[in-house]
Design a protein around this ligand. Structure first.
Ligand SMILES: Cc1cc2nc3c(=O)[nH]c(=O)nc-3n(C[C@H](O)[C@H](O)[C@H](O)COP(=O)(O)O)c2cc1C
Length: 211
């Protein structure tokens, strides 16, 4: 069986708290089953222009014509079974970089609608303040990825819709200290991996029935 791939997107322009959270989440996902493979996409050092509304993709049924670091990252996403989106909270929302990234996924909806529809995603927000908008940022991520035909995986009991971490603006060390928040991330990543594996096995069983 081809490995089940869980890809984490770290939507911070830095490699700090959210990067640490994404790494820990992927460790938890990989621990679910040896058939699970993980990959981390980081926005650090990447140039991601927002959609300019030129409509070239819609008119020509093609990929975005803007040339920056978006395309290689999107190619990685296309290979994913599950996507764990980890964003810092910027002004009570996901980062503008994540908004730009999602605006550029427009061709995946209008031109290639089957491309993302069988994938699962889950949302994690990392804020510098304890109640600094993590819930709002999780909802923001859900709106951003939910409009792309993917399927939401929510958290275990007590974790509600996503993972929420308080970094105290102290990078990886601050995030690691938030044990309750990190549990919501580990639980969510494990559930996402379990759902993706179960879906893949079910899909393969259905295909086998037809042969
Ligand atoms: C522009 C900007 C806006 C921010 N807005 C918020 C906010 O609304 N709420 C919050 O809790 N933290 C806010 N923060 C703090 C970050 O969420 C926090 O430092 C987080 O750990 C950054 O993630 P990173 O270390 O992975 O880059 C903001 C930081 C920046 C740079």
């Amino acid at each position: 069986m081809k490995p089940v791939k869980i890809v984490a997107i770290c939507a911070s322009p830095r490699r700090k708290a959210s990067y640490y959270v994404a790494e820990k989440a992927l460790e938890a996902a990989a621990a679910v089953d040896p058939r699970i493979e993980t990959e981390l996409i980081s926005f650090a050092g990447k140039r991601i222009e927002p959609c300019v509304g030129c409509d070239c993709c819609k008119k020509n049924k093609t990929w975005c014509i803007l040339r920056d670091d978006m395309q290689p990252m999107f190619d990685q996403l296309k290979e994913a079974d599950g996507i764990l989106v980890v964003s810092p909270v910027y002004t009570m929302a996901a980062t503008p970089q994540l908004h730009a990234f999602c605006s550029r996924m427009r061709p995946a909806m209008h031109c290639f609608p089957d491309m993302l529809r069988n994938k699962f995603f889950a949302a994690v927000a990392v804020g510098g303040t304890r109640n600094g908008g993590q819930e709002a940022a999780v909802m923001d991520i859900i709106n951003l990825f939910g409009t792309r035909t993917m399927n939401l995986v929510t958290n275990e009991v007590g974790g509600y819709t996503g993972g929420k971490v308080w970094s105290r603006d102290q990078g990886a060390e601050g995030a690691a200290e938030d044990r309750i928040g990190m549990k919501t991330v580990v639980d969510l990543a494990g559930k996402l991996a379990e759902v993706c594996l179960t879906y893949r096995l079910g899909k393969e069983a259905l295909a086998a029935e037809k042969t």
